[in-house]
Design a binder for this molecule. Sequence first.
Ligand SMILES: *Cc1c(COP(=O)(O)O)cnc(C)c1O
Length: 414
Amino acid sequence: MKRYKDLAPSLRTIMTPGPVEADPRVLRAMATPVLGQFDPEFTDIMNETMDMIRETFKTANHNAFPVDGTSRSGLEAALVSLIEPDDKVLVPIYGRFGHLLVEIAERCGAQVATMEQEWGKVFDPEQVIDRIKREKPAIVAMVHGETSTGRMQPLAEIGHACRDLDVLFVVDAVATIGGTDVRTDEWMIDAAIGGTQKCLSVPAGMAPLTFNERAEAKIRARKSIERGLRDPNAPAAAFGRVIRSNYLDLGQLQDYWSPSRLNHHTEATSMLYALREGLRIVLEEGLEERFARHKKHEEALVAGIEAMGLSLFGDPGCKLPVVTCVTIPDGISGDSVIRMLLREFSVEIASSFGPLKGQIWRIGSMGYSCSQRNVLHVLSALEAVLIRHKAAIVPGRAVQAALDIYLKGNDAYE
Ligand SMILES: *Cc1c(COP(=O)(O)O)cnc(C)c1O
C-alpha cells in the first residue's frame, strides 16, 4: 500500500554555480549516527570544524563557525549583528548578489549608499576607496565572487583602505571559498561569509563564517542575553542597539560555539558532519592544489567553448575561475538548450537573471563537480545540443581543445 514512490534522484552532472554535486564522502558522513549536541564527542567535532574553517579562510580569528541555514543566513547574521539602525553602509554592486546585500542592509535599518558597475565588470578599487572617503560609512559590504556575472572583485586594496579609515569590511565569499584564494586576514576583511553548496561540495544548509575582534567589539556592545539562560537580572542591551534577530545573533552564536557552550539552537548535527568532511577534503587536497585544479579545468572548459566558436561573456581580466559565462548565440533559445542538456544528457547548466536573462548561460566548475570527466561531458553534450538547435558552431573541435590541455605533454595516445 505504497502511496509515494521510493526516493530515487537521478545521477546528474551538475555544472551550475550551485548547488553542485556533493562529494560521496560528504554524503556518507551525513549518514553516520546522530550525537547529542553537548556530547564531548560532538563538541570535539565542533572544535575541529572551527579549526578547519580558520584554515580554509586563512585567518587567525578565534570566531570561525557555521551558521545553520543556507549561505544567505550567514550574510544576514553578519549584517544584522553588525548594522545598527541608521548606520551608513556602502554596497558596491556589480551583479545580483550585491543587490542582496543592499536588501538585507535596508531591512536592518541601515542608510544604504550604493555604487553600481555594469554587469560583466568589477570596480577599480580606487573608485571604491574614493567613495568610502567621501561617504564615511560604518560598514562596506561587498561580494568577492559574483556568480550572476562570473566576475571576481580584487579586495586587498579596499580592505586596507577600510582598515585605515576604521570602516568594517564585510565580504560575501560564498562562491569563492574552497575554489579560489580567500585571504581573510591579509586582505583585512573583518567578516567573511562562505557557502557550502558551491566550492565545498557539501549540500546547502550551512554558512561557515569568520569575524575578527573589530567586528566582535561591535557585536558585544549590542548583544542581548536570553535572560532564562544566565543572570536573570542581566541588563538587556539598550533597545535601539539590540541585535534584531535571535537566531542570527552572532554574539549568542559565539557563546554557543565557545567553551561555555551557552545553549542557543539545536545544532544541525548531520549538516555539521557534512561540513567537517567537506572541509577535511579541501585541506587534504591542499588549498593551493585545489585552486590550481579549479584553474586547470577552467582553462580546459574555456578552450572547448572558444573552439566551438562560442564567445565568453564579461571582462576576461576579472573572470571568476569557478564560473564561465557563455553568450547565447543569436536565434537560439537558451532555455531550450538547458532543457535538452538535462533531459537527454543529464547535464545541468544555469541560465541567468536580471539584465542577463536570456543573454548568457553560466557553467560552474566548482568543487567535486570540477573534474575532467565533467568538463568533457558538458562540452560534448553542449556541442551535440547546439547542433540539434541548428546553431552555427564549429563542430568536432571543443572536446579536442579541452583534451589538448588535459593531455599536454602526454603522448600515450599518439
Ligand atoms: C549562491 C550565492 C549566495 C546565496 O547562497 P544561498 O546558499 O542560496 O543562500 C550568496 N552570494 C553568492 C555570491 C552566491 O553565489
